[in-house]
Design a protein around this ligand. Structure first.
Ligand code: UD1
Ligand code: MG
Length: 400
C-alpha cells in the first residue's frame, strides 16, 4: 500500500512542477483566444488569462492516467488472484466524470452559460459515476442518527432518493465553490484546505474497516492537492491567471467523486462549512427574491486601495412582502448593511449576501491579499471544527 502511495505522491509532485512550468507559457495563447477576464479589484484593471483551470485539470488527469496501472500492478504478475474488475471500473468511471466536468466547465467559460445550465452540467457529468455506484454497490440504506431513531428506526432505505442526493451533492460541491469566489486565490485556496482536510481524514481512516475506500480517495486527493497548490502560486494575489469556472467545476466534482465512491459524503460536506453558509446566505439572491447583480465580488475603493463590500440597489416600494421580510431578517442579525442612497428617488442599497461581503462588513475595509488570508484561515478553522464534529461528537449521533 505505502509503495503505491509513494508513486502517487511522486507523480503528483511532478505534476506540480509541470503546472508551474506550463501554465505561464499558455498565457499569451489564452489572451489571443480572448479567454481572459478583468481583474476588477486592481486600480489598473489588468486583463488576465482566464479558464487556466483547464490546463491544470488536464495535467491532473494525465497524472491519474499514468497512475492507473500502479494500484493494479500486483494483479498482473499474480494471475491467480483474479483481476478486480469492479475496482478498475470504479477508477475509470471516476476519471470519466471528472473529465466530463472539465469539458462542460470549459464550455461554460467559453460560452458564459446561464445559471440553469450551470446546475444541469454537474448532474450530467455525475451520471457515469452513479451508474457505477448502481452496478458496484447499489447500497442506498442510511443509518439514522440516534436522536431520530424513535421516529425512523435505526436504518432507512432511501432507494432512488439516494441517487438524487448523490447527483445533488455534485451540483452543490461544484457551484458552492464557484459562488464563493471573486478575490485572488480564494477558489484555489479553499480547494487546497478541503483537499488537505480530506487527505488527513483518509489517512486517519486507513486503520478502519473501510480502508480500501479511503485508499481509493487518497489516489485522487493527493494529485488534486498538488494540482491546487501549483495553481495557487499563479492565482494568489496579485493573480497572474484566473482559474475560471473550469477549475471550480473540476474541484467540486473531484471531491464529490471521492465522497460518493468512498461512502463518506456526510464527512466531506463537513469540510464545506463556509461554502454551505455562503450558499444558504446567498439563496435569496440566487432565487431572485432579492436583486442579484451579475457580480457580487467586493469592490475596490481606489482612494484607500482597500476592498469594501459590494452592494445591490433597490426601490423600497418595489420590494414584495417576502423580499422585505428576508431583508429585514438579514438586517436584524447584522448580516447586511442597508442604506438610503437617495431619499427623493426612494433608492436604497444593501451589501450583497455573500460570506466575503459579510467578513468585509465585520472587519471593515481590508486589502485583497489580507482578506484572502482571513477567509482561508476561516476555512481551516471550520475544518478543525469539522474534525471535532466527526470524531468526538459523532458518538452522540451514531454507534461508532
Ligand atoms: C460567481 C458569482 C459572482 C462573482 C464571480 C466572481 C454568484 C451568483 N456568482 O459568478 O457574484 O462575482 O463568481 O468569481 O455568486 N474576478 C476578479 N478577481 C478574482 C476572480 C474573479 O476580478 O479574483 C472576476 C474577473 O472579472 C473574472 C470574473 O470575476 O473574469 C469571473 O467571473 P465568473 O466565474 O464568470 O462568474 P460566475 O462564476 O458566473
Ligand atoms: Mg466562476
Amino acid at each position: 500500500m505505502w509503495e503505491i502511495l509513494l508513486v502517487n505522491v511522486l507523480l503528483s509532485i511532478t505534476g506540480f512542477f509541470v503546472i508551474l512550468n506550463v501554465v505561464p507559457k499558455f498565457k499569451d495563447m489564452f489572451l489571443k483566444a480572448k479567454l481572459s477576464g478583468i481583474d476588477m479589484n486592481k486600480s489598473d484593471k489588468p486583463e488576465i488569462p482566464e479558464a487556466t483551470g483547464v490546463i491544470t485539470s488536464c495535467i491532473f488527469l494525465i497524472v491519474m492516467f499514468i497512475f492507473i496501472p500502479v494500484p493494479f500492478s500486483k494483479h498482473w504478475f499474480n494471475k491467480e488472484w483474479g483481476f478486480p474488475h469492479q475496482e478498475f471500473v470504479q477508477f475509470v468511471a471516476a476519471l470519466l466524470s471528472i473529465c466530463c466536468m472539465v469539458l462542460l466547465g470549459f464550455a461554460d467559460d467559453v460560452l458564459n452559460l446561464k445559471w440553469r445550465h450551470k446546475l444541469l452540467l454537474p448532474t450530467v457529468a455525475s451520471l457515469p459515476l452513479l451508474m457505477v455506484y448502481y452496478t458496484n454497490f447499489n447500497s442506498t440504506t442510511i443509518i439514522i442518527p440516534k436522536p431520530l431513531r424513535s421516529f425512523f428506526g435505526s436504518e432507512m432505505d432511501l432507494n432512488v432518493l439516494y441517487y438524487v442526493y448523490m447527483g445533488m451533492l455534485a451540483v452543490f460541491c461544484t457551484n458552492a465553490i464557484n459562488i464563493y469566489a471573486g478575490i485572488n486565490g480564494l477558489e484555489v485556496g479553499q480547494s487546497i484546505v478541503i483537499a488537505a482536510s480530506l487527505i488527513l481524514f483518509n489517512i486517519f481512516e486507513l486503520n478502519g474497516d473501510c480502508w480500501t475506500n479511503h485508499l481509493f480517495s487518497l489516489y485522487f486527493m493527493i494529485p488534486f492537492f498538488f494540482t491546487c497548490l501549483a495553481l495557487h502560486q499563479l492565482n494568489k494575489y496579485p493573480a497572474s491567471v484566473f482559474v475560471g469556472d473550469t477549475f471550480c467545476y473540476f474541484s467540486g466534482m473531484t471531491v464529490a467523486v471521492v465522497a460518493i465512491l468512498g461512502h463518506f459524503s456526510k464527512t466531506a460536506l463537513l469540510f464545506f462549512i463556509p461554502q454551505i453558509v455562503n450558499f444558504i446566505f446567498s439563496l435569496p439572491q440566487l432565487f431572485h427574491i432579492l436583486p442579484c447583480p451579475r457580480h457580487r465580488l467586493p469592490r475596490l475603493n481606489p482612494k484607500t486601495g482597500l476592498l469594501d463590500p459590494s452592494v445591490f440597489q433597490f426601490k423600497e416600494m418595489k420590494l414584495n412582502t417576502v423580499s422585505r421580510l428576508v431583508l429585514n431578517i438579514y438586517k436584524m442579525f447584522g448580516l447586511v448593511r442597508v442604506e438610503h442612497v437617495s431619499e427623493d428617488a426612494d433608492i436604497s442599497q444593501s451589501t450583497n449576501c455573500t460570506l466575503i461581503n459579510f467578513v468585509l462588513k465585520f472587519m471593515g475595509p481590508t486589502h485583497e491579499k489580507t482578506l484572502a488570508i482571513y477567509l482561508l484561515v476561516l476555512q481551516v478553522l471550520c475544518s478543525v471544527a469539522a474534525f471535532a464534529i466527526r470524531y468526538p461528537l459523532a458518538s452522540l449521533f451514531y454507534d461508532r
